[in-house]
Design a protein around this ligand. Structure first.
Ligand code: PLP
Length: 413
């Protein structure tokens, strides 16, 4: 079943504009998605009528803000099917969520000679915080590799995990290869060896229904701005059994129970991990974004995005000299590629001249670039507001640019 995309697009007025004189085609959704008017209006209305700092006052505006903030937490809890709101921590985004776990879990559970496993396809946000912690603690970072088709070599996991392994961190969906990793299987394997698992959900939360209890993941991190919400807000889900034992990440107001110069005691979950004034307007916007998506059948949106992926892959494969990186059996709407003889930056700039927004560069995934021995890639990534016509326009634009570069290369010989 195909959702009514023209109706959906009316909720995203940003899409209805000319860029460089051409109708905008936005294929950079993996970097950030757009916000529907419902989110923007909710945040505006809140700032216009309600704003007051949460949890700290007796006055009406502050109380209303606290209620809206905590209601947003409950919306997130339900969306993730977390067991309780104490397990839902608001952060600034996936990066901060992972840093929080790397720091606090590291402080509580990791010592010299212990091991942490990440995968070769991680975003830097799920590599560097672990490296920093390993350096601090004298621990060892181990890497689960992927095959050239973009699938993790899960069969190596059993030998990679040892009695020294303290945690495994893996992306649900790769931001470069588009691979949907079999995280349920990975979690089950890790749990058999008593290793907890952090799932980087930055690229999965926007597209799939997530049930943290069914997955049985120990931590799950995502960002609001990639799932139709605002920037500056994100979530860390963590099982209470871990969070309770982990020390705070940042210190300050809100995360304390009682402060004296002799000793400070800490607040209960989730506040222990929410030092300072949170982005409560962002949290309210994120809840509005979740409610927006819940207005549709998640599966229908996901199926439609899959159709976009299939159609775009088939089209791009018709272009001679175009190489796609990552052709896993299970893929989300992300395609990275290069075209022989055309620098990805040139391609990105020229596509922009045609109104087509794509991402170019190293995509915060140096190890993926190294795997394929390339400096940069071009990435297109889809959302349910994209259309088949837009894919056709991209295809024609690439054919045109390829012909243009072919002629230039001939002339320069
Ligand atoms: N993890 C993955 C897989 C990502 O794609 C990204 C962003 O592109 C991040 C983490 C970091 O997200 P943020 O910059 O919102 O913290």
């Amino acid at each position: 079943m195909i959702p009514d995309i023209s109706q959906i697009r009316k909720d995203f007025p940003i899409l209805d504009q000319l860029v460089n004189g051409k109708p905008l085609i936005y294929f950079d959704n993996a970097a950030t998605s757009h916000r529907p008017v419902q989110v923007i209006e909710r945040m505006n209305e809140f700032s216009l009528r309600t704003n007051g700092n949460i949890h700290r006052a007796t006055h009406t505006l502050a109380n209303k803000t606290t209620e809206a903030f905590e209601a947003s937490r409950e919306t997130v809890r339900k969306y993730l099917n977390a067991a309780e709101v104490g397990e839902v921590i608001f952060t600034h985004g996936t990066t901060e969520s992972i840093n929080l776990v790397a720091f606090s879990f590291g402080e509580a559970f990791i010592g010299a000679g212990d091991e942490v496993i990440v995968t070769e396809m991680e975003h830097h946000a799920n590599i560097v915080p672990w490296q920093m912690m390993c350096e601090r603690k004298g621990a060892i970072l181990k890497v689960l590799p992927f095959s050239n088709n973009g699938e993790l070599q899960i069969e190596l996991l059993d030998s990679l995990i040892t009695e020294k392994t303290k945690i495994l961190a893996v992306a649900h969906v790769s931001n470069t290869l588009g691979t949907v990793n079999p995280i349920a299987e990975i979690i089950a394997k890790a749990h058999l060896r008593k290793v907890p698992v952090l799932v980087d959900g930055a690229q999965s939360a926007p597209h799939f229904k997530i049930d943290v209890q069914a997955l049985d993941c120990d931590f799950y991190a995502f960002s609001g701005h990639k799932m139709y919400g605002p920037t500056g807000i994100g979530v860390l889900y963590g099982k209470r059994k871990w969070l309770d034992q982990m020390p705070p990440f940042l210190g300050g107001g809100e995360m304390i129970d009682r402060v004296t110069f002799a000793k400070t005691t800490y607040n209960q979950l989730p506040y222990k991990f929410e030092a300072g004034t949170p982005d409560y307007v962002g949290a309210i916007g994120l809840a509005a974004a979740i409610q927006y998506v819940q207005g549709y059948d998640h599966q229908i949106l996901a199926d439609y995005e899959h159709q976009l992926l299939i159609a775009a892959t088939a089209k791009l494969k018709q272009i001679e000299g175009l190489k796609i990186y990552g052709e896993a059996q299970q893929k989300a709407g992300v395609i990275c590629f290069n075209i022989d003889g055309i620098h990805p930056f040139d391609l990105g700039t020229l596509l922009d001249q045609l109104g087509i927004a794509v991402r170019t560069g190293r995509l915060c995934a140096d190890p993926v670039m190294d795997h394929y021995n390339v400096e940069n890639m071009v990435r297109v990534s889809f959302s349910f507001y994209n259309t088949m016509d837009e894919i056709e326009t991209l295809y024609k634009a690439l054919i045109r640019l390829k012909a243009m570069f072919g002629t230039m290369n001939m002339n320069s010989k």
